[in-house]
Design a binder for this molecule. Structure first.
Ligand code: HEC
Ligand SMILES: [Cu+2]
Length: 420
């Protein structure tokens, strides 16, 4: 090897090693406080996972340094030193000075088979214990169960306050999953189209949402807060914008939030901007979006009798057999907007609905205390696919409504603002 080449190899290995160490340190320091970090869990399940990952990471680190150390030590011990004979070539043995060659070493081989086996066996015991703990839902039959439905590209939450998922839910909301602090909330995870994966890293690991299946999951938060999540199964065009938030509220605030969610909305007075907005909404939006107490089967242009009792809080099935109502809506179904203004984010939590809705604004008072992100909401209503890639022709995502005039949009926003 020429001197130059040797120096190059040295430099490269040094850079790679230094880079790796820096990356590891930076990722630990930076992600610890990152909204999507598993390293700072806030719930029992998240902690179970962290308590499994951290020791395994340490063991893996020790193994890494032992093995790499041994490689370096052997390399140093058996290097050919000072054999540069001046012709620029060095590092080669002459045949007669070749070191003694050994073949096979039973003791060593047995050792490096047994040690990893024992290590992996121990790790697998702890892994299994953690896996079973994650499946252990400490919720009773009467507790709240939330059916979580993934679809391109947002999340729907159907709250069953009595825990019975066979009957219609008590209310439906989207993107922000609100839970009371300190209790296990059972989730029943489903999909309306393709495979998605539900993941709130500070609270629990991920669970897939698979069409035709129902997966049990559970989340719990130790303290109040907003915890970000992300769909983690590639699900098409706007997968990256398919986010969600879990909001943990103190028990009393959760009860207040729940009572508000059950309350239907009111039809605004005619002649007001909100009233005009409602008129536009009923023509342009209500065929997809449901607002409890306001949109009904009739004003969605369907036959009121075709909606099964209690299920009419869902949107209309807008697929091939438009006009029929079903609980299993395929894409084309849209977020229930009854209490839109109580959410901090919209459209798969890709956008903030309020400008200053940090943790300091009490979640229950968003509509009163925070500033509406009006320009983003208007841009969304006017041309949603421009803000978040969609395939509205195939009933994926929200279609553009570029026929609306600025006044129409003002009125629609005035109407939406009443939905708190
Ligand atoms: C063809 C069905 C359809 C029509 C018509 C429609 N939308 Fe949507 N809308 C959707 C879908 C689907 C989403 C979810 C899109 C996403 O998150 O990617 C959505 C999302 C929204 C959201 C965000 C809700 C949330 O909580 O995330 C708002 C607000 C909204 N639409 C308002 C309107 C308004 C106002 C109109 C009428 C001018 C309208 N939509 C017309 C399908 C529709
Ligand atoms: Cu997804």
């Amino acid at each position: 090897m020429s001197k130059r080449l040797k120096a190059l190899v040295w430099l490269t290995s040094l850079l790679i090693t230094a880079g790796t160490v820096v990356l590891i340190v930076v990722s630990i320091v930076v992600t610890d406080d990152h909204p999507l970090s598993t390293l700072s869990p806030v719930g029992r399940q998240g902690r179970d996972i962290a308590e499994l990952i951290n020791p395994i990471f340490i063991v893996a680190g020790v193994v890494f340094f032992l093995v790499q150390g041994a490689v370096l030590a052997l390399w140093w011990r058996y290097r050919v030193a000072g054999s540069d004979s001046g012709d620029g070539e060095f590092g080669y043995y002459d045949d007669d000075e070749f070191p003694e060659q050994t073949h096979g070493n039973n003791r060593l081989e047995i050792a490096w088979t047994i040690v990893p086996t024992v290590l992996l066996a121990v790790i697998s015991v702890f892994t299994l214990v953690a896996l079973f703990a994650l499946d252990d839902v400490k919720a009773s039959d009467e507790d709240v169960v939330v059916t979580v439905i993934g679809q391109q590209w947002w999340w729907e939450y159907q709250y069953h306050l009595d825990g019975n998922t066979d009957s219609p839910p008590d209310f439906v909301t989207a993107n922000e999953l609100v839970i009371p602090v300190g209790v296990d909330i059972a989730l029943d995870i489903k999909s309306r189209d393709v495979i998605h994966s539900f993941w709130i890293p500070k609270l629990n690991g991920k669970r897939d949402a698979v069409p035709g299946r129902s997966h049990d999951w559970v989340i719990q938060a130790d303290e109040p807060g907003r915890f970000r999540g992300q769909c983690t199964e590639f699900c098409g065009l706007s997968h990256g914008y398919m986010k969600m938030v879990a909001v943990a509220l103190p028990t009393a605030e959760f009860a207040q939030w729940r009572d508000n969610q059950i309350t239907p909305a009111d039809i605004p007075q005619e002649g007001t901007p909100a009233g005009d907005g409602w008129a536009t909404f009923s023509q342009q939006c209500a065929n997809c979006h449901v607002i409890n107490g306001v949109t009904s089967a009739a004003n969605r242009g369907g036959d009121p009798d075709s909606a099964p009792d209690g299920w009419d809080i869902y949107g209309e099935f807008n697929g091939p057999s438009a006009g029929t109502y079903t609980d299993e809506l395929v894409a084309g179904a849209a977020p229930n907007l009854t209490h839109l203004m109580t959410r901090g984010t919209f459209a798969g939590s890709a956008f903030d609905l309020y400008l200053n809705a940090g943790d300091h604004v009490p979640y229950l008072n968003l509509a009163d205390q925070a500033t509406l992100n009006r320009s983003e909401l208007e841009a969304w209503i006017y041309n949603a696919p421009e803000r978040k890639p969609a395939d509205a022709d195939d009933l994926r995502g929200m279609p553009a409504r570029t026929g609306l005039s600025p006044e129409d949009i003002d009125d629609v926003v005035a109407f939406l603002s009443t939905l708190d």
